[in-house]
Write a protein that binds this ligand. Sequence first.
Ligand code: GTP
Ligand code: SPV
Ligand code: MN
Length: 589
Amino acid sequence: MIKNKQVSIWIESLSKLLNPDNVVLIDGSNEQLEELRRIACNNGELTKLNEDKLPGCYLHRTEINDVARVEDRTFICTPTKEEAGPTNNWRDPEEMYELLYGIARGSYKGKTMYIIPYSMCPIESDYAKFGIEVTDSIYVVLNMAIMTRVDKKVLEKIGDSDNFVKGLHASCEIDQEKRYICHFPQDKTIISVNSGYGGNVLLGKKCFALRIASYLGKNEGFMAEHMLILGIQNPEGETKYIAAAFPSACGKTNLSMLVPPPSYKEKGYKVFCVGDDIAWMRVGQDGQLWAINPENGFFGVAPGTNYKTNPNAMKTIMSDTIFTNVVLDKDDNTVWWEGLNDNYPENAVNWKGELWNGKTSKEKGAHPNSRFTAPAKNCPCISPQFDSLYGVPISAIVFGGRRARVTPLVYQSRDFNNGVFVGSIMASETTVAASGKVGVVRRDPMAMLPFCGYNMGEYFNKWIELGKQLGDKAPKIFNVNWFRQDDNGNFLWPGFGENIRVLDWILKRCENKINAIETPIGYIPYTKDINSDDLDIKKDTLEYILGVDKELWRQETLRIEEFYKMFKGIMPIELNQELEQLKSRLQIN
Ligand code: GTP
Ligand code: SPV
Ligand code: MN
């Protein structure tokens, strides 16, 4: 069935280990996927939704204990602990292989082993990287077929080489005590057991395109980043691209496909989505920074998605989409989630699979981390460059997080190294995207804390090196925070489509078109330069969220200093200098 030498050796050994009843090679054809959808509907893995209202759409529910990434059970298994660094969970590779093979042994008995060859990036791109995921879950096959480029040609590209990422997923008993998401960067291997949830099992996504790829990029000269990529076309018809890193569930998908408010549309602004979650970046032959989205679909947060907040996402998920852990409206066999609309379904099934009445129930119907998996091609504002073999040139890098206080709506770093510092001190309130406490402020450098596949100190050095390589062609670096709150917990900035007003300022700054106010942390806008025409926001509110509270920043600096201690001896000297300079600008010491 498989002629490739290295691939068949590996598959053979897995076959012996897992002991499946059948083996199926996935070729990406619609006939084959359609057959799998039929089987999954018969065995209850999927529910077919209303074909008139949601053509080609399905619903899936995961186990109740299996609804988010599990960071405390995610491991980087490098030969030494130092290689994984101070922020990753580390285990000895040999020990871990033994444990994982022990858990997976025989677990495909009575099941089918699906072999999925896939490409991250367009297959013909020089930047494409290939992977093969072995799984016992049809849900995984169907999601991978949306999120990546699953194609027979991938095996041709791999040939007899061992140049592919080996991914093994075994559902086992979905036992959370035996759940492990493990990465062996040196072996280009990922093993995931006892989960069926998104980021834990769609191995092309976080496991490969971020953790393994960041490690490969360290040696091959590219960066794998947790970033959206968007293009903004101005009234003159020029398109500039922005890459932005926000932690999970902090607004990447929303920003990447934002719909400009009427006044911007009238002027002729357009936004194009290149990617909503991951960017691979490198210095191009022209000396500029280029970014490519390795994915082929969106795995987006459902709650809060509606025609007002994200109309492009709504249109994207109207067909050929898999919904996970949302509400099933039994009356018309469609889906619903909190924040979709006020038509609370009364005759419904909640994410746990229980009968649920949205009018009377106090419990939420959809899981807060419920998701949609949709093809990028469905997105009305997908960029004409989406399938570009080279990606797009980046004019600005934006970091951001969810902070009720402290971080202003937007500020610009002083220069590239200062921008790397700004990325390194990112902090954000934790969200439902990972298991654990929600709403706790934690440091999440470049939104990569859970995704960097090697020592984060070394990773910071790679960023500093990148700046040196780019020289005066380096993009400008900014920080944004859409989530400032008042004392009652209300958001002060309208967000969503209105965020273009901030992007507009960012691009004007990149083109040196306007001045800004220098503060100890960087440059902030003059209030008049954030266009607030026809925006429902008071001038003093805008001033407040744009402001830099020096006392809060002095306290913040102490926390940054504490955080930096973790990287003693591995932190680039440039970043320690940046911290000292910030302290002196804030008159600390
Ligand atoms: P991951 O897929 O986990 O990486 O998340 P993401 O970064 O793509 O976040 P997403 O765009 O899905 O948004 C997460 C949540 O934040 C959703 O509930 C959104 O409705 C909400 N959100 C996004 N943008 C904004 C904004 O500008 N303002 C406010 N207040 N909420 C926002
Ligand atoms: C994230 O948590 O950043 C996601 C969803 O994009 S997952 O695929 O689960 O990682
Ligand atoms: Mn994400």
